[in-house]
Write a protein that binds this ligand. Structure first.
Ligand SMILES: [Zn+2]
Length: 58
């Protein structure tokens, strides 16, 4: 499964989460630091981004 990278604006901490594409579309992960989801933003899809573009804009 792909590894996704997220960033918590509240904690100012990045974190990664392994989830299916379907899961990724349906929910935002919990921040491991504050356990909130409201301030979590999506960064890049690490696995899919490696061979093509390093940064994907949303
Ligand atoms: Zn947080």
């Amino acid at each position: 499964m792909p590894v996704y990278e997220f960033f918590c604006r509240k904690c100012q901490e990045p974190f990664t989460e392994i989830m299916s594409v379907k899961e990724h579309d349906q929910r935002m992960p919990e921040c491991p630091h504050c356990h909130g989801t409201k301030e979590v933003e999506k960064r890049i899809s690490a696995v899919h981004a490696v061979t093509t573009k390093k940064w994907l804009t949303s």
